[in-house]
Design a protein around this ligand. Structure first.
Ligand SMILES: [Zn+2]
Length: 432
């Protein structure tokens, strides 16, 4: 199958936009030529998609998402989550194992891979749990899970409370050449608190989640990563203290990488309008000082990549209020326009910084062949209309989840076509 994308505005290595034609053969990028430079005879065999001068980037990569299947299909399925990802311009997503049952056996890894293949939309890479049922008591069979297709190990949703358990996990993962991906949270400091320990909690008489509950695990795990040599990746960094520890660890050569979510770059606890659980996520929205630390860390590379932590819940679950509702917000369909509008259009970031943190950087950290727009790379591509402006409309999401604090935000820079392995999997105007 031959496809060409004509009049594609492509970022070059210097962050400049160049008008190109992209030739795709059997799902792989064959050639990137100056727009219009090929003769009709040569190019005639290709089916054409005219990008019309819109931005074309490598497909976005999201290394932290919740697809909820098996077990929570009322929140999301692998199919609806994949469609939501495609609509947001994502072509590769890595899903978390905190499903029901937990993804902790080769069979459950196989189930995720089969469902993703049936959906046939985006590349779905499964993580497996570190401990059986994510209970923190007994390690899973790492070798068998790797063999079945797991790309790393994580108990995301909860922290691994025992340092010995984490050390054993790291040593085993390292022996298999696999990364440990850590949700950092010390339960003894949290005790069921729904929001950050700070102004909002004080005002509403709520228990708070302190910054140390995250940073203590980050610090502990960095020492364990140093001792074991494992590639240690920190999930959804939200605090100044964690960043300080990660920065220092990188400086002395410990193999640590990290991710941050759009909401932790855009919102502080002081933005929460009231006791609305669409503003409840874990880690919680922190102080403005933490937000600024996260932005700077992403800019200087201390934090390697942007992830959404897409975490759909039903409206009934989120209606239970700040105390009882589950943590999490959806993220696929708003990530790029949010960050483009609030950081690129405001002049704080170059477009290339945003694109790299959503493509080449996650690919580099996790050793993926995607994330590059060059011959030989998978033809996973996203076409973005940087001029298109519209309000975030949760009712129009492809995800089953409507739980977002960004409803009604007027944003620019919407993905309009998503291509995976040379096949258009979503385009504007198509029904969800
Ligand atoms: Zn988490």
């Amino acid at each position: 199958m031959l496809l060409k994308i004509t009049n594609a505005n492509v970022l070059d290595g210097n962050g400049q936009l160049q008008l190109k034609d992209i030739y795709i053969h059997d799902g792989v990028i064959e050639k990137v030529a100056d727009a219009g430079s090929e003769t009709a005879g040569q190019a005639g065999a290709y089916q054409a998609v005219d990008a019309g001068g819109k931005l074309v980037t490598p497909g976005f990569i999201d290394m932290h998402v919740h697809l909820r299947e098996p077990g929570y299909e009322h929140k999301e399925t692998i199919e609806t989550g994949s469609r939501s990802a495609a609509k947001g311009g994502f072509t590769t997503i890595a899903c978390m194992p905190n499903t029901r049952p937990v993804i902790d056996t080769p069979e459950t890894i196989g189930l995720v891979k089969n469902k993703a293949a049936e959906a046939g939309l985006v590349n779905v890479l499964p993580y497996a749990a570190i401990t059986k049922s994510e209970l923190g008591r007994e390690l899973t069979d790492f070798a068998a899970l790797k063999e079945a297709g797991a790309i790393g190990f994580t108990d995301d949703g909860v922290g691994v409370q025992s340092a010995q358990m984490m050390k054993d996990a790291m040593a085993l993962a390292h022996s298999l050449g696999m990364p440990i991906i850590a949700h950092c949270e010390d339960n003894s400091l949290v005790e069921g608190a729904p929001v950050n320990e700070g102004e909002f909690a004080k005002r509403h008489g709520l228990k708070g989640i302190p910054n140390e509950s995250e940073a203590i695990h980050v610090g502990r795990d960095i020492l364990l990563a140093e001792a074991t040599g494992v590639h240690y990746h920190v999930c959804h960094v939200s605090t100044e203290q964690s960043i300080r520890l990660i920065r220092q660890a990188k400086e002395i050569g410990i193999r640590v990488t990290a991710e941050v979510c759009p909401h932790h770059l855009l919102l502080a606890e002081t933005d929460i309008p009231g006791l609305d659980a669409n503003w409840k996520m874990n880690p919680p929205l922190r102080s403005q000082r933490d937000v600024e630390a996260c932005i700077e860390a992403l800019e200087d590379g201390t934090i390697d990549m942007i992830v959404t932590d897409h975490a759909p819940h039903s409206e009934e679950e989120k209606a239970k209020g700040m105390h009882l509702a589950p943590f999490g917000i959806v993220g696929f369909e708003t990530a790029f326009p949010l960050l483009y509008t609030k950081f690129v259009l405001t002049g704080r970031w170059d477009l290339s910084l945003l694109v790299e943190r959503m493509t080449a950087d996650p690919a580099r950290v996790f050793g993926l062949t995607a994330g590059r727009l060059e011959p030989g790379a998978p033809a996973d591509l996203t076409i973005v209309d940087l001029e298109k402006e519209q309000e975030v409309d949760p009712a129009a999401f492809a995800s089953k989840g409507r739980n977002t604090p960004f409803g009604g935000w007027k944003l620019k820079g919407w993905p309009v076509t998503t291509i995976v392995k040379g096949k258009v999997v979503w385009s504007e105007g198509q029904a969800n």
